[in-house]
Design a protein around this ligand. Structure first.
Ligand code: NOJ
Length: 523
């Protein structure tokens, strides 16, 4: 009898590398692909299964590389195509899989297709690969509809010839028209380009945005969105799945889809579509027992209904780092305790987990970057009312006591975003030396996690205090205290790992301190 195939991705821990901020090999202040390759041993020591690289393609960097000008090459500031081949080979030698970011909703305004569209006349074929429309009002001076950009401001920009074009993100990111067969063919070919080069999977940027409601109707409060999660988007992913399934060994796809209703999100991971979807409902949940219990149950149930793995994520390059988000008004030490507890909860849950570079160091969000250093278009488009996402993209501290903390060669003193003074204790080097550091906690958690039997669901234990979450999965009990006082905990078995400064197999007084979590071995 054939043994059913179980995808490696179902319980994988995938580490997100924000290339520009990971490691700078040439001292220009910008992280690059050779920098990633040179630091892969950090990922093997940490114990992750795969890395996902944010876009590294040629780009004017109007949105940190999510404005792609050529999807089949590497931006010269980040390396060359040969560096990507070398990175894939070096990762595979270490047993690490590699996932690349595919950006299908939009291209850069410097992409040859958009340049041709701008050079062509209104109504011409070259414009049909995008969403060009005449404006409303007597002289067409009003945008074609009331859609707003996710980055603040209108979703339409007008050209000198009077036509408007759609961009759900920055002005420099024109949306592609996925009704156009050339767009579909082009992305099929881009997928094959990277799969042929040996990548193990793709992360699909704004996977829920590609299809627009025919006629581009106005957004109406309470009505289904005409641009997010439109049902016809799923046809694209069944086609992509066929492409992925042509390859051996297995290649996977993960959807970045901010679709909050779990049943809607589950549609993206039905058996003939994608393998995973980020669980942003978990990421956006408050530090609160009942809220977590609800989101965990809803996520597991919705994904189990389509036989897909649940995924878990607390941080990425688009949100405030979870240390600062979950503990925003707390003192930094308490915020770190809470972040570590959240992490242990996440890593105990069955399914796949995504880590964002620097969370293993307990990095905080950098809120006080100078305005002139900020590069996120969100900051400029909101006229500074929204700080944007640069604060979670500050380059990693690797070693030493002052900037650039080993991010680049010692001869270089700068990095594209300035690192704060006071990160000396947060470097990889200093944390490796400390068995109680956040880095050590992550590494221990990942090592223990690998020994656990695979699981789909969890069983809740009853707790007298709603702030306390306690669940069993095969091989492990996890208890989390989201409250602000120590809570009695009734578990049998040794404490294998604790998020707080706990030492020893038993809890003092049988109580779990506030804002902490423990893993207890099966009795
Ligand atoms: C989601 C990406 O994660 C984000 O960084 C980017 O700005 C938008 N998509 C637009 O591509």
């Amino acid at each position: 009898m054939a043994i059913p195939h179980r995808s490696w991705s179902r319980d994988a821990v995938i580490y997100q590398v924000y290339v520009r901020s990971f490691a700078d090999s040439d001292g220009d202040g910008l992280g690059d692909l050779p920098g990633v390759t040179a630091r892969l041993d950090h990922l093997t020591a940490l114990g992750v299964d795969a890395l996902w690289l944010n876009p590294f393609y040629p780009s004017p960097m109007a949105d940190g590389g999510y404005d792609v000008a050529d999807h089949r090459d590497v931006d010269p500031s980040l390396g060359r195509l040969a560096d990507m081949d070398a990175l894939i080979a070096a990762a595979h030698e270490r047993g690490l899989r590699v996932i690349v970011d595919i950006v299908p909703n939009h291209v850069s305004d410097q992409h040859p297709w958009f340049r041709a569209a701008v050079a062509a006349a209104p109504g011409s074929g070259a414009r049909q690969r995008f969403w060009f429309r005449p404006g409303r009002g007597p002289d067409g001076a009003e945008p074609p509809n009331n859609w707003l950009s996710a980055f603040h401001g209108p979703a339409w920009t007008r050209l000198a010839d009077g036509d408007w074009y759609l961009h759900l993100f920055a002005t420099q990111q024109p949306d592609l028209n996925w009704d156009h067969p050339q767009v579909r063919n082009e992305y099929g070919s881009i997928l094959r380009f990277w799969l042929d080069r040996g990548v193990d999977g793709i992360r699909i940027d704004v996977a829920h945005a590609l299809m627009k409601e025919p006629g581009l109707p106005d957004v109406v409060d309470g009505a289904p969105s005409p641009m997010w999660d439109v049902d016809t988007v799923h046809d694209i992913y069944t086609q992509w799945r066929e492409i992925l399934d042509d390859y051996r060994p297995e290649r996977i796809a993960v959807a970045e889809a901010w679709v909050i209703l779990p049943q809607r999100l589950a549609k993206y991971v039905r058996s003939r579509e994608l393998h995973q979807a980020f669980n942003f409902r978990f990421l956006t949940a408050d530090w609160n027992g009942p809220a977590y219990r609800e989101v965990i149950d809803a996520s597991v149930a919705a994904m189990a209904a389509v036989n897909a793995p649940t995924t878990w994520v607390l941080s990425n390059h688009d949100v405030i780092r979870h240390r600062s988000r979950l503990g925003r008004d707390l003192d930094p030490a308490l915020a770190l305790r809470r972040a570590r507890a959240a992490t242990l909860m996440m890593l105990a849950l069955p399914g796949s987990a995504y880590l964002y570079q620097g969370e293993e160091l307990g990095l905080p969000e950098v809120f006080d970057l100078p305005a002139e250093a900020r590069q996120d278009p969100v900051f400029a488009r909101s006229h500074g009312t929204d700080l944007g996402r640069d604060g979670c993209r500050v380059p990693l501290p690797w070693s030493g006591t002052q900037a650039p903390y080993g991010f680049g060669p010692s001869s270089s003193t700068r990095s594209w975003l300035p690192q704060p003074a006071g990160w000396a204790d947060l470097t990889v080097q200093s944390q490796l030396a400390d068995p109680h550091s956040t880095l050590s906690m992550y590494a221990t958690a990942l090592r223990l996690r690998k020994t656990l039997p695979t699981a789909v669901g969890i069983t809740w234990r009853s707790a007298t205090d709603a702030a306390v979450l306690a669940f069993d999965r095969p091989g492990l009990t996890c208890v989390v205290n989201t409250g602000d006082v120590a809570a009695p905990v009734d578990v049998v078995g040794d404490v294998l790992l604790a998020s707080g400064p706990h030492v020893g197999p038993a809890l003092a007084d049988g109580k779990l301190p506030a804002d902490s979590a423990i893993w207890v071995g099966a009795a």
